[in-house]
Design a protein around this ligand. Structure first.
Ligand code: GLU
Length: 537
């Protein structure tokens, strides 16, 4: 076979060579040990929580080593691409603090950062591979391939385009020439070298810090490199792009491990140094007695947009994902409650190789802690921003008197044991409802007369201790034992204890059985509203 002739037939007029590309994209000038990592999503518009998880891993590996973190949009599959999908991804990740050093609109000299715009680059390598007898055009139709698969099934042969099944692998130039000249559609396939010549290992080894050592048989399939539209498959684009963009660490989902032998072979045949790989196991979910992968179809919490709609603070989601990335994160957080998350010594080696268990209850706990550590001003700002998007009526109430809103959110903040009432902004309306007349739902107090009597003497000027003394005193006069111990020892003759008296006041003022500190609540509501509610108004 005259491979050079074939390469000219396939890519006439293409004169650029791999050496030219090496010069155009020289190795990056980075200090020793600096990692270059990337996120390579398809622009489907949907961001899976697992994408964010992988993004944090890649980002940490780059940042911790003083390297580069870049975004490459893998838009080779037109069917999956969505208008504006790439922008949505950048915005979605930005909400969680993921920033890229390089991306489509921030070229660091290694672009284009969208694969479709790199078609000419892939063709340079495609032509070079054909010249070297490492790739060939295949004219098999979908029907031909289905027939091949059916026959392989009958013969119990391995699936795929290989060996005697690879019909187009041996087509002579005389057959190929008229087909190409008449514009017959073709894909470009890898021409797997004879195992006895190049790349003759019997097994290849993947050493992955997250997964350990994995031994696999080498690839023997003539996989598609370029589709019939000249756009590469994931595999070919991965090798070309990660080489030219000088990626040192490929951080990706572990579903790609199965095709690693192909990637290994492609890097070798293309003469590229292989990057390191960190394969991230999927997030798992408890389902009945077993565990399964979080599923886009079954679990609404799969979509990053769900967290925004629920109102989980971005920091809390990030904090939680870090607990899943490295199980010693929680101990570190306890020892370093106010450190920035970047200070955590993340290590891919400490990742759960089988997949960390994603648990919304745990996320709520982490989020409650995170919210409890925020200032009232910060809570107010984030809550207001959330409500503007997701609950305009509530937004109107929150912004009517911002100073008042901040006061309502200040209760129980600061100090050693801050209150942990809110995990997500979507819960704030129910929690704060009694502070807003429009939302307040009265509950009948068990002793309306006591409430009315208390309304007569309520003095907002009293400090907390004196206020409580006044509740006790009025309660005692009305049959409520002021001393809990005494009441517990012997309740005869009493209507209840001071706790019951307070519960009546609490029900009248907040409509609830439990609430934050009642004295503080009354201070914020003001005398008029407190007495109005105590009087049943
Ligand atoms: N586009 C691929 C995906 O979304 C990227 C995998 C990779 O990071 O290499 O799964």
């Amino acid at each position: 076979m005259d491979w050079i002739k074939l390469s000219e037939l396939l890519y006439p007029g293409l004169t650029e060579t791999p050496d030219d590309l090496e010069r155009r994209y020289p190795p990056r000038k980075l200090p020793e040990g600096a990692a270059v990592t990337r996120l390579a999503p398809s622009p489907t518009g949907f961001i899976h929580i697992g994408n964010l998880y992988i993004a944090f891993v890649g980002e940490r590996v780059a940042r911790d080593s003083g390297g580069i973190y870049y975004l490459r949009i893998e838009d080779t599959d037109e069917k999956r691409a969505v208008e504006g999908g790439a922008e949505q991804i950048v915005r979605g990740l930005d909400d969680y603090g993921i920033r890229f050093d390089e991306c489509a609109d921030r070229d660091g000299g290694y672009g284009p950062y969208n694969q479709r715009a790199r078609a000419a680059i892939y063709h340079v390598y495609a032509k070079d591979m054909v010249r070297r007898g490492l790739a060939y055009p295949c004219f098999c139709s979908e029907d031909d391939l289905s027939a091949m698969r059916a026959a392989q099934e009958t013969e119990k042969a391995n699936f795929g385009y290989h060996g005697k099944w690879a019909k187009c692998r041996h087509l002579p130039l005389e057959t190929l020439t008229p087909l190409l000249q008449t514009g017959a559609p073709f894909v470009l396939r890898l021409h797997v070298p004879q195992l006895s010549t190049v790349n003759c290992q019997l097994s290849i080894v993947l050493t992955d810090p997250a997964k350990g050592r994995i031994e696999m048989p080498p690839n023997d399939i003539d996989h598609v490199l370029l589709k019939s539209d000249g756009i590469p498959t994931y595999h070919f684009a991965h090798a070309v792009d990660d080489h030219l963009m000088r990626t040192t660490h490929v951080v990706r989902g572990d579903e790609w491990i199965a095709t690693y032998p192909l990637h290994h072979m492609l890097f070798d045949l293309l003469g590229f140094e292989r990057p390191k790989y960190i394969h991230v196991a999927p997030l798992m979910k408890q389902d009945g007695g077993g565990k399964r992968k979080l599923s886009k179809r079954k679990d609404p919490e799969c979509a990053l947009s769900w967290y925004a709609a629920q109102g989980y603070p971005a920091d809390a989601v990030r904090e939680y994902l870090f607990t899943l990335m490295n199980s010693d994160f929680e101990d570190w957080r306890r020892a370093n409650p106010s450190s920035g998350i970047e200070a955590f010594p993340f290590s891919p080696k400490k990742m759960n190789a089988a997949g960390a268990l994603f648990d919304l209850q745990k996320l709520d706990d982490v989020s409650k802690n995170a919210v409890s550590r925020m200032t009232a001003e910060a809570v107010c700002a984030q809550l207001t921003e959330w409500a503007e998007r997701f609950d305009p009526t509530f937004h109107a109430l929150l912004t009517r008197d911002p100073a008042y809103t901040i006061k309502t959110l200040s209760i129980g903040r600061g100090g050693q044991k801050p209150r942990k009432d809110i995990a997500r902004w979507g819960e704030a309306k129910a929690y704060l409802s009694f502070f807003f007349d429009e939302l307040f739902v009265p509950a009948p107090p068990s002793d309306p007369d006591f409430c009315k009597a208390y309304a007569e003497i309520y003095d907002p000027a009293l400090p907390r201790d004196e206020w409580f003394a006044s509740v006790k005193a009025l309660g005692e006069a009305r049959g409520y034992c002021p001393d809990m111990k005494q009441y517990k020892a012997d309740s005869t003759g009493w209507k209840g204890s001071v706790a019951d008296a307070s519960a009546s006041l609490r029900a009248a003022v907040t409509g609830r059985e439990s609430s934050p500190d009642l004295w503080e609540v009354m201070q914020i509501l003001g005398k008029e509203r407190v007495t109005g509610r105590l009087n049943g108004g």
